[in-house]
Design a protein around this ligand. Structure first.
Ligand code: PLP
Length: 405
């Protein structure tokens, strides 16, 4: 690793000696966070415009979430599902009520939630739809990101995500995102589900054409195919609604949730949706040592509490309108895509790469992350203020101007 201000030579040596370089972090070393701000080991402060890829929708150490975690740490943290715990039923109710669903399967990470939804969809296909055993197929979208497990990267079309990791699980058909005709053509008698991100985050905040999700819903309903919406990144307030699909007037059969569900404190994910679908799982068929643990449930319930009155969703819409207006006025960007408080900004190649912009932003006290080379993803915590959004936009404007020479 090259020198990073804030890491001692000894720490860099440790990282080189024991670390596995699966990331290329920006050269900042963070040691503290509160709200929309983080502080590095030298005391420099940064506005966090990434928010842990939306795992920190409520900011760092939101007092209500930290208090819930503290209370639970002082009572019971883990039981495994071999026993009941007194927090899980309440969490399941809270998340079901928040999302308007009637069954909740708790897991830990997003990828696990997606894997769980895939298992549920296949079992439903065989046991309810009567698809011949071993034949179930799931339609996915080009440019998808659903996590890093082998099954999930197997149906990705991102070379760096999949190359070298095969062989991959069969049973997936990929169609272009946003093309309802292609999706219709891909549905067969063996198709049990369509798995889709309502807005693709990792791909660069790609919002599909208006009416697309509603068409997908209509097509899947006609063929008795499950619609599984992966709202791990777009859900829980980020897009300006509890569920991003609400904005299209669509109800999925299953949703995968994660990231913000853990309040930035612990990994918490879940599959939520129709009871008659999730109910195909029988005891012993699926599980997780940590899924539904009391600490996760306490934090998850507190997250549901924060989202219950709609004020964070409203903040995402209001702040997003303001940030979008500011971003669209910036020279040096070739495109600005967004929904809620969530934007993908394509940097004009004549100005620089997404990485260069992010390095410069960090030097000036704003943290963001590039995706797919030219895109800078902005997803600040929903607790950001109007003035902080102006600071973010002003800083980006200065960076783009200075890089342009
Ligand atoms: C982050 C993400 C995942 C994977 O979540 P992990 O917790 O990293 O496993 C899955 N789907 C989407 C849409 C995501 O953004």
């Amino acid at each position: 690793m090259t020198a990073v201000e804030g890491l001692t030579d000894a720490q860099i040596a440790l990282s080189d000696r024991y670390g596995v370089a699966t990331y290329e972090p920006l050269p900042v070393v963070l040691s503290e966070g509160r709200g929309a701000w983080v502080t590095d080991v030298d005391g420099n402060r940064y506005l966090d415009a990434l928010a842990g890829y939306s795992a920190l929708n409520f900011g760092h150490r939101h007092p209500a979430l930290v208090a819930a975690a503290h209370r639970q740490l002082d009572t019971l943290t883990l039981t495994a599902r071999a026993f009941h715990n007194d927090r899980l039923p309440g969490f399941q109710r809270d998340l079901a009520e928040l999302t308007g669903t009637d069954a909740v399967l708790p897991m830990n990470t997003g990828a696990e939630a997606v894997e769980s939804a895939i298992k549920v969809a296949r079992a439903w296909g065989y046991r309810v739809r009567g698809v011949p055993d071993g034949r179930a197929r799931i339609v996915v979208a080009g440019g998808n990101f659903h996590g890093r497990t082998t099954t999930v990267v197997g149906f990705s079309d991102d070379r760096s995500a999949r190359e070298g990791f095969g062989p991959f699980a069969p049973g997936f058909d990929r169609v272009p995102f946003g093309d309802a005709g292609a999706l219709a053509a891909a549905l067969t008698d063996d198709t049990v589900a369509v798995l889709i991100e309502p807005v693709q985050g990792e791909a660069g905040v790609i919002v599909p054409p208006g009416g697309y999700l509603a068409q997908v819903r209509r097509l899947t309903a006609q063929r008795d195919v499950l619609l599984i919406c992966d709202e791990i990144q777009c859900g829980l307030g980020r897009a300006g609604a509890t569920l991003c699909t609400e904005l299209s007037g669509v109800r999925a059969d299953l949703y995968t949730l994660g990231k913000a569900l853990g309040g930035g404190i612990v990994p918490v994910s879940a599959v939520v949706g129709r009871r008659d679908v999730l109910g195909v799982l029988r005891p012993g068929e699926h599980g997780s040592t940590f899924g539904g643990n009391p600490l996760a449930c306490a934090v998850g319930s507190a997250v549901c509490g924060l989202l219950a009155d709609g004020s964070f969703q409203e903040l995402a819409r209001a702040h997003g309108a303001h940030l979008g207006e500011r971003l669209r006025a910036l020279p040096g960007l070739t495109a600005v895509r967004g929904i809620g408080l969530w934007f993908g900004c394509d940097v004009d190649p004549a100005v620089g790469t997404g990485r260069e912009v992010c390095v410069e932003l960090a030097r000036r006290g704003v943290l963001a992350k590039e995706t797919h080379g030219a895109t800078v993803r902005l997803a600040p915590p929903l607790v950001i203020t109007h003035d902080e959004i102006d600071l973010l936009a002003d800083t980006l404007r200065a960076v783009l101007r200075d890089l342009s020479g």
